[in-house]
Design a protein around this ligand. Structure first.
Ligand SMILES: [Fe+2]
Length: 300
């Protein structure tokens, strides 16, 4: 079984300002709250029971990156590979009661992942009343790791994820899963953390709506809109009340043919001459984006 990991499953975030993050997620991005208890709030852009999970905490940090496998058998298969890959199992139970099976593990770099079965989904429950933009789905996460080569090795050995593209100096690389989207994980080199998580927009006009909604809240885009070369997706970025950076992404290129696919290596690292190797429309990344760092929660 290759591609045990199929897609991005969910993202869990610790925050000191849960109401501020909910306000940004519902009134700007257009998510809806699906569950709330005294510890957690779940939000979704569609019929899935949870895509973004907020945990009330005394810090703002990334808690867990959820990766979706299609079956409980695939989750159990991934579980058998964790220790051999040099990672540590933290729990063999699903973290949310909207999934049948899950296994949570830590990597030596300080990242925490859960590989879990698909989150309960109402397929005809995609649209909800909102004044926010209303994206299609949560589609990818860019994590930050001090050792990209090791992180890719773990994800590949445990979840069957594959490299889709990389910078020659390994400052950025991208991995895909069973849904063939150019990347469900971006791997940034640096102190362990989260660079951004992303929701997929339906159409380009959504960026106009996003910009105006940010303005109404006296906020602004951090970068974009533009089109990335790696993944070929459109993008815009902003930050929310927790300090996490959120990307609003257009549909990505697909790796349609594994057998004939060779991961591209970007060799031109010279700024600003390489701008169109990175961003199709020639809009360079601001320093704030390049150096963005949202911490990952310490793992006991
Ligand atoms: Fe991204």
């Amino acid at each position: 079984m290759s591609h045990l990991v199929h897609a991005l499953g969910h993202m869990k975030i610790n925050t000191t300002d849960i109401n501020g993050v909910i306000r940004d997620a519902t009134e700007i991005l257009g998510l809806h709250v699906t569950h709330r208890d005294d510890r957690q709030v779940w939000l979704s852009s569609n019929g899935r029971a949870a895509e973004l999970v907020l945990i009330e905490a005394d810090e703002n940090s990334a808690h867990t990156i959820g990766l979706e496998a299609l079956t409980a058998e695939a989750v159990r298969e991934a579980e058998t590979r964790i220790e051999a890959a040099g990672c540590r199992i933290l729990s063999s139970e699903p973290s949310l009661d909207c999934m049948k099976a899950g296994v949570t593990f830590a990597t030596p770099e300080g990242l925490r992942f859960e590989i879990h079965t698909p989150i309960r989904n109402g397929i005809y429950d995609r649209r909800h009343a909102t004044h926010g933009v209303g994206p299609n789905r949560m589609d990818h996460v860019n994590l930050i790791t001090p050792n990209p080569e090791a992180t890719r090795r773990h994800l590949s050995a445990i979840g069957g994820m594959k490299l889709s593209e990389q910078m020659v100096n390994d400052s950025l690389s991208w991995m895909y899963g069973g849904n063939r989207q150019h990347h469900i994980l971006g791997i940034v080199k640096g102190d362990v953390g989260l660079h951004h998580y992303s929701f997929e927009f339906f159409e380009f006009n959504d960026y106009l709506k996003l910009g105006d909604l940010l303005d109404r809240s006296d906020k602004q885009m951090l970068w974009g809109p533009g089109r990335h070369r790696p993944g070929d997706n459109t993008y815009a970025y902003y930050t929310d009340a927790s300090g996490a950076m959120i990307e609003c992404s257009g549909q990505m290129a697909l790796v349609a043919d594994d057998d004939d696919f060779t991961p591209n290596v970007i060799t031109n690292l010279e700024r600003p001459g390489n701008v169109r190797c990175m961003n199709v429309w020639g809009t360079p990344a601001p320093l704030e984006w390049r150096e963005y760092h949202f911490p990952f929660a310490k793992i006991a």
